[in-house]
Write a protein that binds this ligand. Structure first.
Ligand SMILES: *[C@@H]1O[C@H](CO)[C@@H](O)[C@H](O)[C@H]1NC(C)=O
Ligand SMILES: *[C@@H]1O[C@H](CO)[C@@H](O)[C@H](O)[C@H]1NC(C)=O
Length: 290
């Protein structure tokens, strides 16, 4: 064995290359919004997929990564995919202003897509395997990304969010709390929610991400009404019936119900569960095909 190979083996053996959450300070971000970017590359990369894990309010990339209830770090180690952890500069994500609710509008969604583009190039990610997930404000951001960059995102798993374009700020603030939406009083028909989506990326007529939507029946932060409104939005956008094609009780666990609306929209209603529904790594990975 050559000396340099041997020394590499020894260094790996000593754990010198142990993976850690690394900040990327320059991700070619031309958006006005400047959220932080963190990336986790597992010791053994075995997949050309990328998962973007987006934190909730009053959190950060680092605390979300270290949160024992957020399993994407473990999923990355086990299955060998890269994960990106955006970190907001505001208390919650910018999902309220026109800038974030528009394709290339310069808001947080635009900045996170710049992170995705950077990582896809840097780590040879298959652009057809870009997955996004998040809880609460992170779910809202994931939904907004799915709508504003439908051509760059393959599938999404939303934990306890709201429809895209529901958390609007009439005064134009980037990240405002919206009591009407959080209280479950932003109600619209599937067609109206579909029109909100069209307006966020006018003229787009290509493929859209597959959507998995989780919500708890006793959610006291973002009303459970937001579950049906989000299902209405995505069944309309993807052109399928709001009547499930299959319904599986007690799946993926007792008191949960998994409803499929064809192969591209899945709802998981968690009876008796509050805010947010805990991440279910296996079910979300299965939705992503990981
Ligand atoms: C809250 O969002 C709704 C849409 O869901 C919007 O019509 C309303 O103006 C927003 N409220 C405020 C105070 O910005
Ligand atoms: C989709 O949009 C493109 C570009 O605007 C256009 O050329 C094409 O005809 C559209 N396709 C459909 C099915 O509307």
């Amino acid at each position: 064995m050559h000396w340099h190979l041997l020394s590499t083996v020894l260094l790996f053996g000593a754990g010198a290359f142990a993976a850690y959450l690394k900040q990327v300070t320059n991700y070619n971000n031309d958006a006005k919004a400047k959220p932080g970017m963190w990336v986790y590359v597992p010791d053994s990369v075995k997949s050309d997929a990328l998962v973007v894990a987006i934190h909730s309010c009053q959190s950060s990339a680092q605390s979300y990564f270290q949160n024992s209830k957020i399993p994407w770090h473990q999923g990355s180690d086990r299955k060998g995919y890269v994960t990106v952890w955006p970190s907001s500069t505001t208390e919650c994500w910018g999902v309220s202003s026109k800038a974030s609710l528009t394709h290339n509008g310069g808001g947080d969604s635009n900045a996170i897509v710049n992170m995705i583009k950077y990582v896809v190039t840097q780590y040879n990610i298959d652009p057809k395997k870009v997955f996004v997930t998040g809880g609460s404000s992170g779910a809202m951001m994931s939904n907004v990304l799915a709508v504003t960059y439908p051509d760059l995102i393959t599938a999404v798993s939303l934990y306890s969010g709201v429809p895209a374009g529901c958390f609007v700020s009439a005064s134009g603030a980037a990240a405002a709390w919206n009591n009407t939406c959080s209280g479950g009083n932003s109600k619209a028909s599937p067609e109206q929610w579909g029109n909100v989506v069209q307006a966020m990326y006018p003229g787009y007529n290509g493929t859209r991400p597959r959507m998995q939507i989780w919500h708890g029946s006793t959610d006291g932060t973002l009303s459970p009404n937001n579950y049906q409104e989000t299902i209405d939005q995505w069944t309309n956008v993807l052109g399928v019936s709001i009547t499930p094609t299959s319904s599986k009780p007690n799946t993926p666990e007792k008191n949960y119900r998994m409803d499929d609306f064809g192969p591209n929209v899945e709802g998981i209603w968690a009876q008796g569960v509050g805010h947010p529904v805990p991440s279910h790594l296996d079910a979300s990975e299965a939705w992503f095909g990981l």
